[in-house]
Design a protein around this ligand. Structure first.
Ligand code: G3P
Ligand code: CA
Length: 297
């Protein structure tokens, strides 16, 4: 077994802080429209939006994620040269725009000139739509301005070591839009990261925001009680690549009262298997498929 946090930090090196955990489920919780972070409500996370159908991390992709019954839209964050948070998976512009080079070397104005949709039309002609051509890279501000409080956001701090101040910037943005604070459901925003340092920083800044520790396995996964208790000091759950885990792994996470949200699960057969094992949600590029699976159970 070899397990790494994707930023290369060995999981066992994690240190603890104050704990924030989900309350026990009630029937009322399960009926509410806002997802509550109890293990009996399975979360459908639209990974990079409904990115199986539209160019990832664009407003059309997030819109489809909502329409297809995702409980959350997943937003990966990068930061521009002038300190603006944008929705993008890669540190470079090359794969998902017609630009090139590092995000951190470009201003927002420069990135706004780019086409973030035509690559998708070319790569997936069966899913191509004219409206995707020329679509812009959205800022986090724009995403929240568009979807407001009617949406739930599952936000990842990507490469936080490359972007000093990213966490502060993120929390300021959430607060500015009224997404965090005493009058908001604690489930409205979840913050995730492969970096324990980034999550601990967020936890220090605002311990009320639920956090999910991401993990990446390169061989069949095992996890220890010690590791899980360490994560539990600051996170409400863990997320990992689904193809390396098994039922005993899932059960062990659950025994520690942590949520478990594997990624990225696109086939119904895998969704069913993971649900049988006891996962409490999952990331998918096809939220409509997961919705159908959940409805049929
Ligand atoms: O955040 C869950 C999953 O998205 C992590 O992998 O590379 O798709 O961000 P990645
Ligand atoms: Ca992600």
């Amino acid at each position: 077994m070899k397990k790494l946090l994707r930023n290369g930090v060995v999981a066992a090196a994690l240190l603890g802080m104050g704990t924030t955990l989900a309350s026990p489920a009630t029937a009322a919780d399960q009926r509410t429209e806002k997802p509550s972070l109890n293990p009996n409500q399975i979360l459908n996370v639209a990974h990079r939006g409904a990115s199986g159908y539209a160019p990832e991390h664009t407003l059309p992709s997030y819109e489809l994620g909502e329409k297809m019954k995702g409980d959350y839209v997943e937003v990966d964050l990068q930061m521009t040269k002038d300190g603006e948070l944008i929705a993008m998976h890669d540190e470079t512009l090359d794969r998902t725009t017609n630009g090139t080079g590092l995000v951190k070397d470009h201003t927002l104005e420069e990135i706004k000139q780019l086409d973030a949709g035509s690559w998708f039309n070319e790569k997936y002609p069966q899913m191509a739509k004219e409206e995707y051509a020329g679509v812009q890279v959205p800022t986090l501000d724009e995403v929240i301005e568009k979807f407001g409080k009617s949406t739930n956001y599952y936000i990842e701090t990507k490469s936080p070591d490359v972007y000093p101040g990213m966490e502060e910037n993120l929390l300021e943005t959430l607060e500015k839009h009224g997404l965090t604070g005493p009058n908001n459901p604690s489930s409205q925003v979840i913050i995730q990261s492969f970096s324990p340092e980034s999550l601990k920083k967020v936890h220090d800044l605002n311990p009320k925001i639920p956090l999910v520790q991401l993990l990446w396995y390169t061989s069949p996964a095992t996890i220890t009680d010690v590791e899980l208790e360490q994560y539990k000091q600051y996170a409400v759950g863990v997320g990992m690549n689904h193809d390396r885990i098994d039922e005993s792994y899932v059960q062990k996470v659950r025994e520690h009262d942590l949520l478990i949200h594997p990624y990225t699960v696109n086939e119904k057969e895998d969704m069913e298997k993971l649900l049988d094992w006891g996962v409490t949600g999952m990331f998918t590029n096809y939220p409509n498929r997961l919705h159908e699976v959940l409805e049929s159970r």
